[in-house]
Design a protein around this ligand. Structure first.
Ligand code: NAD
Length: 352
């Protein structure tokens, strides 16, 4: 299939297929837009079924980053990298250095950081060969490091805002919240939700991650396919995307969907399907922007954790505005958020 005819191709500025013979690295870097600044978005390492699936993910995730960075008010465009995980290309510092050289070859048009399947240490390897990387160990200034705790904080504050709007409650005490995926963000989110008195149901396909959370917090474990349809007030998808589809939405019992995963909706129409069932959907790239806010503060330098937290605390205000407009106009929340993002990008192009 031609990239230009790909259903997820949205006038991306460029798409780069990177290969390194020594390490076996196969990566795709998709740059959706540099209108607002260098295209920033994490690097995902995942065992895709094939390279077509990796391309689909990269294209969708890159556009999502343009929208996320725009709505979060950052001087970043949108891009994303995916590394195809394979036995022939095992995870190693050399692999991430090869990836770093690929990033460096783009001359700063793309800035990477960690996403699913990557760690702060991996980014340290990337940083050995390029400066276009963030999510590195915290510097003296205080901003930076693993972005997932800040992502979790934004999602937590967003869940509170959604609970106020949809359920009319100020507290999460005793609410049943299902968290799908207890990796870096999911675990941090569960810690905050537990502190706030929520009752947690969790699922993961990784047994170690389940054991880790069970040793720390009182959680009820469910199989992944059960969790999605469990009898809860709130569902927080914190694993991978495409969980909200025409097949799954009719069976979801939660009244609110608010989580960290990127691309939760399989298609734009799934936002309308949720609205028709009176399920309040917190647009993924609005609620999960905490990590990229942290990344931006680290990358542009001269910031502090306090400043990052102050910016993350604006996430619920943005969600409140989207929820209010949705109530007034009857439009699904994802449509409102997309329009907001496109307006910001278009306005910046006019200024050029
Ligand atoms: P992670 O890899 O640490 O955790 C993801 C978890 O989901 C893993 O434990 C994995 O085993 C689990 N998982 C995968 N498939 C599953 C399934 N079908 N059912 C249940 N669990 C499943 O990744 P993360 O950094 O925690 O990110 C989670 C999501 O949030 C991703 O979609 C990511 O793109 C998004 N996100 C992350 C950040 C961040 O700061 N890390 C920022 C914004 C968005």
């Amino acid at each position: 299939m031609s990239v230009f005819q790909h259903p997820e191709f949205d006038r991306h500025e460029s798409v780069h297929f990177m290969h390194d013979t020594d390490t076996g690295l196969q990566a795709i870097i998709a740059i959706h837009s540099t209108a607002l600044g260098p295209a920033a978005g994490g690097c995902r390492r995942w065992a895709y079924v094939d390279s077509a699936a990796a391309l689909t993910d990269a294209l969708r995730l890159a556009r999502g980053m343009t929208y996320k960075n725009a709505v979060a008010g950052l001087n970043f465009g949108g891009g994303k990298a995916v590394i195809l995980a394979a036995d022939s290309a095992p995870k190693s510092p050399a692999l991430f250095q090869a990836f770093g050289r690929a990033v460096e070859s783009l001359g700063g048009r793309y800035v990477t950081a960690e996403d699913v399947g990557c760690t702060v240490d991996d980014m340290r390897s990337v940083a050995a060969v390029t400066r276009y990387v963030s999510g590195l160990p915290k510097g003296a200034a205080g901003a930076g490091g693993d972005p997932s705790p800040l992502t979790a904080l934004g999602v937590f504050l967003g869940i509170r805002a959604a609970a106020k709007t949809r359920l009319g409650v100020d507290s999460l005490q005793d609410l049943r919240i299902a968290v799908q995926g207890v990796g870096n963000v999911g675990l941090n989110l569960c810690r905050l939700l537990h502190k706030a008195g929520a009752r947690l149901l969790v699922a993961d396909v990784n047994r170690e991650h389940l054991a880790r959370i069970a040793s720390e917090l009182p959680v009820t474990q469910l199989a992944p396919h059960e969790l999605l349809f469990s009898d809860v007030e709130i569902l927080a998808p914190c694993a991978l995307g495409n969980v909200l589809t025409s097949q799954t939405i009719p069976h979801i019992k939660a009244k609110i969907i608010a989580g960290a995963a990127n691309n939760q909706l399989a298609t734009e129409q799934d936002g309308a399907r949720l609205a028709a069932r009176d399920i309040l959907y917190a647009p993924d790239y609005v609620i999960n922007a905490g990590g990229i806010i942290n990344v931006a503060h680290e990358y542009f330098g001269n910031s502090s954790e306090e400043k990052v937290v102050a910016e993350v605390e604006k996430i619920p205000l943005r969600l409140d505005a989207i929820f209010a407009e949705s109530r007034q106009s009857g439009e699904p929340t994802n449509i409102i958020a997309d329009r907001m993002a496109r307006r910001i990008v278009a306005a910046s192009k006019k200024k050029d």
